[in-house]
Design a protein around this ligand. Structure first.
Ligand SMILES: *Cc1c(COP(=O)(O)O)cnc(C)c1O
Length: 399
C-alpha cells in the first residue's frame, strides 16, 4: 500500500494555540504590566497547585524566561560552584549539563537504561561506589525524565541519602506526568524540579521555564537569582532602607525573568494541560498497538509512571546508524519529520574537548544508533497518524 503523501512536512512536535490563548496575551498588552507582574504570580500559583503532592503540599514555584535559566539558578541555589561535580544523563538536551558548567562545576554522566532511555540507577550506584573511593562524589545529580517518563526516583533518592547529593529533576518533558501516584513537580524525591514551556514541549509560553521546590529557602534564593540578586525586602538588607526607592543587591544574579505576555500564554495553556496529555497518551497508545508485532520496540511507561508523552520514541532492533539514517531520510522524503532525541551530550565537540570520548557511555551510544522519534502532538490528526504508521511499517519492512 502506498499511503498518500501530505503536502507539507508533519512536524515531530508543535504548539496548539487557541483563540483564548491569543485573547489572554492581547489582554495583557492592554494592561499596565508587560514584564514580570501579577500574571507571573498567577501562572506560578496555577502550576504549583497542579503539582500538589502528598499531604496536599503545594510547592513553591519560580517562573523564568527558560528552563535553561531555571536549571542554572537551581544549581546555584543548591550551591554548585567551582570544584563541585554534577552528574546527569548523556541522553538529554545539552542544557541539562551546561547548567552545571555555568556554575564552574565539573560534569560527568551516568549511563542509561536502554528500555526507558533514562539514567540507570544500577549504573548510578556503581559509579557512586567508585566515586566515593576516588573522592569525586557529585554534589547534585540531575535526573532527566526522557520523553515524559519519570526516572526511577525511589532508587535515586535512596542513593542520594547514602551519598549525600541533591537531586534536580529536569522535567522539561514531563509537566502533566506522574510518578508513584503524585504529579512530577511535587518533589516527592527531588529537591527542585524544572519544567520547560518551549513550543515543542507539553504546554508553551513561547520561551519559558519554571522551578518547583518544597523548600522555602531554595525558592527564595532562586527568586533572588532570577532578578540580579536584588532584594526590596528589609529583612534581607544589610542596613535600614534609605526610603521607598531603595533596594540592595546582595548576590550576583541574572535577568531570567518571565514576562507577563509569556505568563498569560502559559496560564491559558495550563487550562488545557490535562487535555493535551490525554490526547498525547491516546496517540501514543495507537502507535504502541500499530508497532506491537513489528521489529520496533517502543519506550513505554512503567507501572508506577504516567507519561505526558512529550516524545514518541521507537528503537530499531539492532545498532545500525546507517540503517537508522536511511529510514529517517526516507521518512522525511515522505514528509514525516522523524527525529533523534538525543545525540549523546558527551559526544558533542564541546564536551569532547573537556575529555569525553566515544565509548564512555556505551548504552547511551547504542540507544543513539537505534532511536527514532515519530511525530506526536495534540493536533496530529487520525489520518496523519495512520499515514505515519503505514509509511513507517512500509519503510521498516522494505529494509
Ligand atoms: C527543552 C529542554 C531543556 C531546555 O528548555 P528551554 O526552555 O528551551 O531552555 C532542558 N532540558 C531538556 C531535557 C529539554 O528537553
Amino acid at each position: 500500500m502506498t499511503p498518500f503523501k501530505p503536502s507539507s512536512m508533519i512536524p515531530y512536535g508543535k504548539q496548539d494555540i487557541s483563540d483564548e490563548d491569543i485573547a489572554a496575551v492581547a489582554e495583557v498588552l492592554k494592561s499596565n504590566f508587560i514584564t514580570q507582574g501579577p500574571k507571573v504570580v498567577e501562572f506560578e500559583k496555577a502550576i504549583a497547585k497542579r503539582c500538589q503532592g502528598s499531604n496536599n503540599q503545594i510547592p513553591f514555584a519560580v517562573a523564568t524566561n527558560s528552563a535553561t535559566s531555571a536549571l542554572h539558578i537551581a544549581c546555584l541555589a543548591l550551591e554548585v560552584t567551582t570544584g563541585d561535580i554534577v552528574w546527569t544523563s548523556p541522553i538529554s538536551f545539552v542544557a541539562s549539563s551546561n547548567c552545571a558548567l555555568y556554575c564552574g562545576a565539573k560534569v560527568d554522566f551516568v549511563d542509561i537504561n536502554i528500555n526507558s532511555g533514562n539514567l540507570c540507577p544500577k549504573a548510578l550506584a556503581k559509579k557512586l561506589a567508585l566515586a566515593k573511593i576516588n573522592n569525586v562524589l557529585p554534589k547534585v545529580v540531575i535526573a532527566v525524565h526522557l520523553a515524559g517518563q519519570s526516572c526511577d526516583m525511589k532508587a535515586i533518592k535512596i542513593l542520594a541519602e547514602q551519598y549525600h547529593f541533591s537531586i534536580i529533576e529536569d522535567a522539561s518533558h514531563a509537566i502533566g506526568s506522574s510518578y508513584n501516584n503524585f504529579p512530577v513537580g511535587s518533589n516527592q524525591y527531588g529537591d527542585i524540579t524544572i519544567f520547560s514551556f518551549h513550543p515543542v514541549k507539553i504546554i508553551t509560553s513561547a520561551e519559558g521555564g519554571m522551578a518547583l521546590t518544597n523548600c522555602a529557602e531554595l525558592a527564595k534564593k532562586m527568586r533572588l537569582l532570577r532578578s540580579h540578586g536584588i532584594t526590596s525586602d528589609q529583612n534581607e538588607m544589610t542596613e535600614q532602607s534609605h526610603g521607598p526607592w531603595y533596594y540592595q543587591q546582595i548576590d550576583l544574579g541574572f535577568n531570567y525573568r518571565m514576562t507577563e505576555l509569556q505568563s498569560a500564554l502559559g496560564l491559558s495553556q495550563s487550562k488545557r494541560l490535562n487535555e493535551f496529555v490525554e490526547q498525547r497518551n491516546k496517540l501514543a497508545k495507537t502507535y504502541d498497538k500499530a508497532f506491537e508485532n513489528s521489529s520496533l520496540t517502543s519506550l513505554f511507561p512503567k507501572e508506577d509512571t504516567y507519561s505526558a508523552y512529550h516524545l514518541y520514541i521507537v528503537l530499531l532492533p539492532t545498532s545500525d546508524s546507517e540503517k537508522q539514517k536511511k529510514i529517517i531520510t526516507q521518512l522525511r522524503a515522505m514528509n514525516i519529520c522523524a527525529h533523534v532525541h538525543y545525540i549523546p551530550i558527551h559526544l558533542q565537540p564541546y564536551y569532547q574537548n573537556l575529555g569525553f570520548k566515544k565509548g564512555d557511555f556505551p548504552v547511551a551510544e547504542e540507544y543513539y544508533s537505534k532511536a527514532i522519534s515519530l511525530p506526536l502532538h495534540p493536533k496530529l490528526s487520525h489520518s496523519e497518524q495512520q499515514y505515519i504508521i503505514n509509511t513507517v511499517l512500509d519503510v521498516i519492512n522494505s529494509e
